[in-house]
Design a protein. Structure first.
Length: 305
């Protein structure tokens, strides 16, 4: 993305006392860096990637480009030890890390604008829904969440099943690489146990839950599953999911009475995969990615309303 759009890296501290840092990529409104560009609409969009992604994940880049071309400023957040932020945090990210989202929103609110939208993908879609369902200052006018694992235990069961073993093995390999690299401050005994993990459940039980302060993996899943927070949401939101998602089971989606949450708009597509949503390329959409238009149309509607 840096090849096409001006970008600056920003490092900010987390607010949990750990000394960990978060690496942000800031793309200011195009009108501030180009002579001929869309006028800044006064709003910023914060984008937050999914599991083992980064600020350069394809959905982050495509949504960021769409937002910039429509007159937004953009901040692409790297979760702890992801992307360029690898090695500047002692702790890992997790599905319920509201304090990190809070820290970034406060930074944008203080330094760029008080008119903010938030868009989360995959694991961070769960994080975003949880965050906006909590009783706290949200610093944002609306949010979107794409492909959220609404029930973390059931999503874990699915990805640990035969149907999800391709994705399980891929993600476990990359997460274990970080543990092996020594970026986390853990004992050799804990490291050995984590590296023996054969499932997502074991990895979260041996590593994610205890290092994040939870008593065990079931407490972590129970507290952080975003389905529990839908009723507390007080700002407009858009939640997008594909019925053929190979990572997040659609059964949970179909069990929810979405009409009970009037502030939440939903888009359920027959196809789209997991944060994919790609069709054949066209002159108007050469990459074939149509998710960014859905998201930005929603945020545009919130400006006009």
């Amino acid at each position: 993305m840096e090849d096409e759009y001006y970008s600056e890296s920003i490092l900010i501290p987390t607010n949990d006392g750990s000394g960990d840092l978060l690496w942000l990529e800031h793309n200011p409104p195009l009108s501030q860096v180009r002579k001929k560009a869309s006028k800044w609409n006064g709003h910023y969009l914060l984008l937050v990637h999914g599991m083992e992604g980064s600020s350069e994940s394809h959905y982050m880049v495509s949504a960021g480009k769409e937002a910039l071309n429509r007159g937004y400023g953009v901040v692409r957040m790297n979760l702890r030890n992801c992307g360029r932020g690898l090695g500047i945090a002692k702790k890992p990210y997790n599905a319920g890390q509201s304090e990190d989202l809070d820290a970034v929103l406060k930074y944008i609110y203080k330094h760029f604008t008080r008119s903010i939208f938030v868009s989360g993908f995959s694991l961070s879609a769960n994080l975003v829904i949880k965050f906006f369902g909590e009783k706290r200052e949200h610093y944002s006018k609306a949010f979107s969440a794409t492909s959220p694992p609404l029930d973390l235990k059931r999503s874990c069961d699915f990805i640990d099943s035969r149907a999800g073993n391709f994705y399980r093995d891929h993600f476990l390999d990359t997460m274990k690489e970080k543990v092996t690299s020594g970026v986390y401050e853990i004992s050799d005994k804990m490291k050995e146990r984590v590296l023996r993990s054969k499932s997502f459940f074991d990895f979260d039980d041996f590593f994610t839950a205890p290092i994040s302060g939870y008593a065990n993996v079931l407490e972590y899943y129970n507290i952080c599953s975003s389905v529990k927070y839908l009723g507390g949401i007080k700002v407009p939101g858009l939640i997008v999911h594909a019925d053929d998602d190979p990572v997040v089971p659609s059964e949970v989606w179909h069990e929810i009475r979405w009409k009970s949450y009037p502030l939440i708009q939903t888009v359920l597509t027959e196809k789209g995969g997991h944060v994919g949503f790609i069709s054949d390329p066209s002159p108007d959409n050469p990459e074939g990615r149509w998710l960014p238009r859905i998201l930005l149309d929603f945020f545009d509607s919130q400006i006009k309303s």
